[in-house]
Design a protein around this ligand. Structure first.
Ligand code: NDP
Length: 330
């Protein structure tokens, strides 16, 4: 088995040399264990937090030990009676080609007819996050005007489409021109945050949606949050899903300078961690799964080829190199 580890807890933006590829001989399977050939690996922004050496809502990665992350694969050997050779499964032993783990940490893929890697993206954790943030945290109502940052990413690309299907003006903030085009092709008004300060971004958002927003789906922080605070309507709701602009910061960033907008506009701002909501996953699959299977939802993907490219795929998330879910195909 080959796997990646990190040799340090990086400060600032990690570089490629942080990641080391190892090769190891796996022991024979113990009773209850399965061996899986991974076919798709997920890289996600939250992994940066696990590289900081401190416990947040999950434990930090262990230096020198295999990194972890969501993966999809096929069972190639089993000593768990519930799992048979050939079964397609999902688990958290990613960043490696062959995984070996107790069967109770492995989940058979749901039976909705979609490509298996969709269970790492649109019908996996990121999709579940988009649905939860919009419906459960921001309590989106039909016709709400919705603003989403990192709007063409794994979470954002579903959030904008779910919001769009329920009326109202939907505006997505993204970086690169091709992402803005992708958003516009789905009827989403697209605004770039690049080369814009808070005032300029506020103006661009106001031009896109003069009545203001009822909901802000926050993935980025910084200038995006400040501009969003300026453009929310009275009684607006902010679901704080992520703040990727801060994940590589070496110093703590100053808070939004206009937080008083919370008071002036009677806004509600609530953070959430998707693991707390996992009991709702079947409900999400039931609602969104068939729409994905029918092709009503466009789950674009950005794919890197080969285990060796996993760190590159991860690092590219912070450069905005992905449209939709960033994946590694083995
Ligand atoms: P994405 O697919 O959205 O990839 C990250 C994107 O973020 C990039 O493509 C880039 O798009 C944007 N980005 C990166 N750096 C910056 C920056 N400095 N300023 C502005 N934008 C930046 O990732 P996910 O969909 O997986 O995650 C999106 C957010 O949701 C993250 O903040 C993540 O931490 C959070 N999250 C939270 C969960 C929870 O439980 N609360 C669960 C899952 C995700 P662009 O080109 O537009 O800049």
């Amino acid at each position: 088995s080959r796997y990646f580890s990190i040799h340090d807890f990086p400060q600032g933006t990690p570089n490629r040399e942080l990641f080391e590829l190892h090769e190891t001989e796996l022991p024979a399977l113990a009773e209850g264990e399965v061996r899986i050939r991974n076919t798709w690996l997920s890289v996600d922004p939250y992994m940066r937090g696990r590289m900081s050496g401190v416990k947040t809502y999950v434990d930090p990665f262990v230096i020198g030990e295999p990194l972890e992350g969501a993966a999809v694969g096929e069972v190639i050997e089993s000593r768990d009676s519930r799992l048979a050779v050939g079964d397609k499964v999902r688990h958290m032993a990613g960043w490696r080609d062959i995984a070996q783990l107790p069967g109770d940490q492995v989940e058979p893929l749901p039976s909705i007819e979609v490509p298996e890697q969709a269970y790492l993206g649109v019908l996996g954790m990121p999709g579940m996050t988009a649905w939860t943030g919009l419906n459960r945290i921001a309590e989106m109502r039909d016709g709400d005007n919705v603003l989403v940052s990192a709007a063409s990413g794994a979470v954002g690309s579903l959030a904008v489409q779910l919001a769009k299907a329920r009326g109202g003006t939907v505006v997505g903030i993204a970086g690169a021109p091709e992402k803005l085009e992708w958003l516009e092709s789905h009827g989403i008004k697209a605004v770039s945050y690049r080369d814009r300060d808070t005032r300029q971004l506020t103006e661009a958002l106001t031009a896109a949606c003069p009545e203001g927003f009822d909901v802000y789906y926050e993935n980025v922080g910084g200038v995006c949050l400040e501009a969003a605070l300026n453009t929310l309507r009275t009684g607006g709701r902010i679901a704080v899903c992520g703040m990727i602009a801060h994940y590589n910061a070496e110093e703590s960033a100053p808070g939004p300078s206009n937080l008083a907008m919370l008071l002036i506009r009677r806004l509600r701002m609530q953070g959430f961690i998707i693991f707390d909501h996992w009991a709702d996953y079947p409900r999400f699959l039931e609602e969104v799964g068939p729409r994905v299977a029918r092709g009503e939802i466009d789950y674009t993907e950005t794919v890197e080829e080969g285990l060796e490219r996993t760190p590159d795929a991860f690092l590219a998330l912070f450069e905005g190199a992905n449209t939709g879910k960033m994946l590694v195909r083995l």
